[in-house]
Design a protein around this ligand. Sequence first.
Ligand code: THU
Length: 132
Amino acid sequence: MANIKLIKEAISAREKAYCPYSNFKVGAAALFEDGNIYTGCNIENASYGATNCAERTAIFNGVSKGNKVLKELALIGDVNNYTYPCGICRQVITEFAESKDMKIYIIKNENDYIEKTLDEILPGSFTKKDLE
Ligand code: THU
């Protein structure tokens, strides 16, 4: 069953987006092992490369509170098209994901979203296991 609370939190987090350059608002919500939802938005910078995506803001928010295991993630960008996580965010999701089957909600609105697994959006990923 879909985590509607997580979806709603991502939608509200989108309103906090700081995106004066792209005007493209993104919101994300991450459920961690402590049972709490941590949210994030995209935060842009005049030096464009210093921009932080919403997914990474949400994940870094949860990890900085002591979490290490990401259970589910919800993401909303464009409300008319499904916005998928960028490549860098897929790698960061992989770092903390509980498993390759971790659920990722890609949202247009509260009633229109799709569910993907991490393995579907980043197959053959490079992980800490590769360094052992
Ligand atoms: N953005 C995200 O927040 N997440 C993504 O996965 C894709 C891109 C943001 C970064 C930038 O602020 C804006 O969307 C346009 O690229």
